[in-house]
Design a protein around this ligand. Structure first.
Ligand code: ATR
Length: 272
């Protein structure tokens, strides 16, 4: 019997619901790569030990999730400019003898926007995901970016860091944006499923792309209303799958996790 010889894995705390192990183990099998991807639930005071173990055991790569994305940046040897700019890593991998950090959340966010041109992006929400969204929009060179968040101070802090315009939450329907990104939890399965961060009436009479980072349900109220108003739509499922594929390629020396099949796999994992 052949045993997988290459070890990968995610570290976070707590790690209850991560889909990464199931997705990457499926991906390794799919492309016939001898990897195994585990999950390590380690609190903050164990993170240094964890990265020492990565070096000692030659763990070849993996992901870093909440709450370690910022602290982990200092525990690797090298980080990409992208990761440096956003101040957080969600992926580690080796480049020769250097343990490296990358932020594939930004890559995943940008993936479906590549080759498209936008004049004005409106970002709703100022939590963790919004950081990847803003970094991605900056990297793509979107000329005008406006940020709104229910709690104004959080938007102000983030807006200053990324150099974008901040408006009050109540005024979010005013900008004539051709890209609207929902990075709030409104619309998410559970208590917020019937909520939307943007009024459907404000979508009428213009077009653009609505990108909802929420992916469960796949069709949020915002996506449904945007489609009905004739807007293009993108789901957060794309961002999730693309961030995973970017890591997978870094770990396997460029082997691609097949996109369509990965989308189906994630839908299956989510019961969608
Ligand atoms: P994530 O890591 O997914 O970004 P988060 O850091 O908890 O999650 O951020 C959640 C975002 O959804 C925040 O911008 C939050 O707004 P506040 O900063 O005001 O809390 C936003 N959010 C959650 N529920 C909301 C609601 N009912 N209306 C508007 N925004 C909401």
């Amino acid at each position: 019997m052949d045993f997988p010889t290459k070890l990968f894995g995610i570290v976070g705390y707590p790690l209850g619901h991560s889909m990464s192990p199931a997705l990457h183990n499926w991906g390794f099998h799919e492309v016939d790569f001898p990897g195994v991807y585990l999950a390590w639930s380690e609190p903050e005071d164990k993170l240094t030990d964890f990265f020492n173990a990565v070096r000692t055991l030659k763990i070849l790569g993996g992901n870093i999730t909440i709450p370690h994305k910022v602290a982990a940046l200092k525990l690797v040897d090298k980080v990409t400019d992208r990761a440096k700019n956003i101040g957080a890593i969600n992926t580690y991998y080796w480049e020769g003898d250097n343990l490296c950090g990358e932020n594939t959340d930004v890559i995943g966010f940008m993936a479906p926007l590549k080759g498209k041109k936008f004049k004005h992006a409106l970002v709703l929400g100022a939590g963790g995901v919004s950081r990847a969204v803003l970094a991605g929009l900056k990297e793509l060179g979107v000329p005008s970016i406006t940020l709104a968040n229910r709690t104004q101070e959080k938007a102000a802090t983030l807006g200053k860091e990324f150099g974008v315009t901040v408006i009050p939450w109540d005024e979010r329907m005013k900008p004539d944006a051709d890209l609207i990104v929902n990075a709030t939890s409104e619309g998410m399965k559970g208590d917020q499923v019937n909520m939307t961060p943007y009024e459907a009436s404000a979508l009428a009479g213009r077009t653009g792309l609505v990108y909802d980072i929420v992916y469960n349900p796949l069709e949020t109220r915002l996506i449904r209303e945007a489609k009905a108003a004739g807007w293009q739509v993108e789901s957060g499922l794309t961002m999730f799958v693309e961030q995973a594929r970017a890591g997978f390629a870094l770990w396997t020396g460029g082997i691609e996790m097949p996109y369509e099949k990965a989308v189906e796999k994630v839908k299956h994992l989510l019961g969608l």
